[in-house]
Structure formats: structure tokens, C-alpha cells
Design a protein around this ligand. Structure first.
Ligand SMILES: [Mg+2]
Length: 180
């Protein structure tokens, strides 16, 4: 049961993922969650995130956004980023993941999903049988308390750390020493 909540990889942030290595492994597209993954909840994109998307596109990888938030929220985030999205995605339901794959025009096996929540992002990707990467969630400036759900996630991640066969299923795609 728990294995449905285990990510293929667990990395520090969207900036420490080795996208070139993903490309070499045959991946053609990256689907991102937005809130607490790319930016703190409700924030617009930052110049660093805009650059990250440009870099990913230059590598020849497609991108897509999948958010449970509204279209207004995504449009406010996306201003400088050229990418398609699905809003109110109803994660962890797998349907929107599969719709995204169809719109990307690639195979499900060629897509990797990146998000910050086990019970929505990672569970949904696993249900869709899509490779996935968990990133450490971003907090708002000044925010330090975490909720009950995050505490349960931390417990599950403890069990993940004991179960080596579930770790590094993408061959350890974290770039060490690179933080942003
Ligand atoms: Mg999120």
C-alpha cells in the first residue's frame, strides 16, 4: 500500500534535478506541480524559475503544469513561461495526468512528474504509472509551522528511507552542490 506513496526520487528542489540526465534516459517531457514545488503557495514565478523553464526547453524537453488550483492562479504564475497547463486537476486522480500526456503528444513512459506532496502529486503519478520526483516543499517567507498532513508525510518518508529498492529509481538524478 505505502509504496504507492513512494517517489522514484526525492531531491532538494526543482533546481537540483539533472534534466540533462533525464533527457539522456529518454524522457521527453516534465510535468510540474506549481504551489510549494516551483514557488511558495500562491506566488508568481520568479526569474530563476523562468530561466529554469527556458533551460529545460533548450534541452529539448517539453513542459506542462498540473495544478489543483484555479486557472486564474496558474495564469498569474505563468506570465513569463511558455507552457500548457491543466487547472483543477483533481490530483491524486490519475485522469489529468493521462490527459497531460496526451496533450504533450508523448508516451506516458517518456514523462516525469515533479511535485511536493505525497498524497496528491506522487500518489496520482504512481496511479498513472508515471515516473515521479518529490521535491522538498517550499514555505512562504516567515512560515515555519507545518500541518498534520506534512507530519504524516514525514513519517512515510522515514519508511521510504528504509526501503532502498524504491529509492533512486531514475538512477539518482540529483545534481549535488547546486542549490538556488
Ligand atoms: Mg504543491
Amino acid at each position: 500500500m505505502l509504496h504507492q506513496l513512494y517517489p522514484y526520487e526525492f531531491v532538494d528542489s526543482v533546481f537540483t534535478i539533472d534534466y540533462e540526465a533525464l533527457k539522456k534516459q529518454g524522457f521527453k517531457a516534465v510535468i510540474f506541480d506549481i504551489d510549494s514545488t516551483l514557488v511558495p503557495h500562491g506566488r508568481p514565478s520568479t526569474p530563476a524559475i523562468d530561466e529554469l523553464f527556458q533551460m529545460i526547453h533548450q534541452l529539448g524537453l517539453k513542459t506542462f503544469l498540473l495544478s489543483n488550483n484555479s486557472s486564474e492562479r496558474i495564469e498569474q504564475f505563468i506570465r513569463n513561461i511558455d507552457t500548457e497547463f491543466i487547472s483543477i486537476a483533481n490530483k491524486p486522480n490519475k485522469d489529468a495526468y493521462l490527459q497531460a500526456v496526451e496533450r504533450l503528444g508523448v508516451k506516458k513512459e517518456e514523462v516525469v512528474f515533479v511535485g511536493d506532496q505525497l498524497f496528491t502529486d506522487i500518489l496520482g503519478a504512481n496511479r498513472a504509472q508515471m515516473a515521479n520526483i518529490l521535491v522538498k516543499f517550499l514555505l512562504q517567507e516567515g512560515e515555519s509551522k507545518i500541518g498534520k498532513k506534512r507530519k504524516v508525510e514525514q513519517f512515510i518518508l522515514k519508511t521510504y528511507r528504509w526501503r532502498k529498492k524504491y529509492q533512486h529509481r531514475l538512477g539518482n538524478i540529483e545534481k549535488k552542490g547546486e542549490k538556488n
